[in-house]
Design a protein around this ligand. Sequence first.
Ligand code: SUG
Length: 448
Amino acid sequence: MKSFEVNFDGLVGPTHNYGGLSFGNVASQSNSQQASNPREAALQGLEKMKALMDMGFVQGVLAPQERPDVAALRSLGFAGTDAQVIERAAKEAMPLLVASCSASSMWVANAATVSPSADTSDGRVHFTAANLNCKYHRSIEHPTTSRVLGAMFADQQHFAHHAALPAVAQFGDEGAANHTRFCRDYGEAGVEFFVFGRSAFDSRYPAPQKYPARQTLEASQAVARLHGLSEEGVVFAQQNPAVIDQGVFHNDVIAVGNGELLFHHQDAFLNTEQMLAELHGKLAARGGNFQSISVPRDQVAVEDAVRSYLFNSQLLSRTDGSMLLIVPEECRANPRVWQYLQGLLAAGGPIRVVKVFDLKQSMQNGGGPACLRLRVALNETELAAVNPGVIMTPALYDTLTAWVNKHYRDALRESDLADPQLLLECRTALDELTQILKLGAVYPFQIN
Ligand code: SUG
């Protein structure tokens, strides 16, 4: 049976703004307080989805969340009508209003960890929503994420959903941003590679000094258990704490993998040789031939990787067996990174094509091409069981583009977040969106 990797991209929400909310994420901190352009952000994301669809990839879309999150503000003690809740939060606790307005659910690489059916003990595709509990503005995403994923992958015969892990730092889980799957073919059993930043219960593992390590070993182990993965099918590895301190807040800022290939920076991991040998051995036992490309620090420094997001690229399999790398415009703007990429193409290795996308609106908050997509490997039967409303088609692209142009503002500053009209605009837009994507009622305002 044929199998595919389907990329579900996060549709940028109408409140996309630069809140400076993510300590340890250099772009989020340095662009804080700039005016954003939500309409442009959403259109840039849709362009990427369309381009992948036009290249023949199966592409899906993942809906944004209700923001401002009035229910979250109520749980923090702001009361009255919805407009009063927003007004009081703006007056008494602006940082909480900003957090409740974040469109951060657009970075769906953090929505969940997904294990394909070929890897799991019950032969279903497993999803665990990420608790994202390192940052308050992201920790409020998972209840709606779970409802949206449930509406997209509803068929219980094929799909199993797990609630987010306990909401404490010891089980900090950032989803697929720290998870990569290697395989010979998407439909065959593979090796799932979990990268953690620290251990919560074992002090032998080093931890970063300056910035938080968001993913713990214990969270990754719990997800592997929930998904019913076998020991032969998993590898756990630690991220180099020194690169977390340079702004590598997720592993997908320093490494990307697909098929049998891992493309990573020389300084990405601890105990790299041992880790590569384990990946090689376990994939070989599954009939695969693991390969890696290590980018040397004297060609691309960690700082260049963080600024350009070279590794936050999408590595995709082409029909001729070679690979395509989707990178953000910032890679072309960085002479060292661009020169490295030219050399990589000239070398004639597995990566044969590089395509550049303008995702500046998302990049300015630390979200590149890979952050914007959740990968779900599916066989034909499973793909047929996905809610067809969320699979990208030329008609859906046109409808979503018109929907964005109708509902989104082209400028948003912090002061605009206090406008109760923004809440009404978002709810009107999202109500229409759930009909377009055939999701049913998934938002708090539709349920309560
Ligand atoms: O969690 N930025 C996100 C970016 C997530 C990128 N995802 C991956 N690498 N997979 C984060 O730090 C910034 C929001 C603000 O500052 O307004 C933010 O949440």
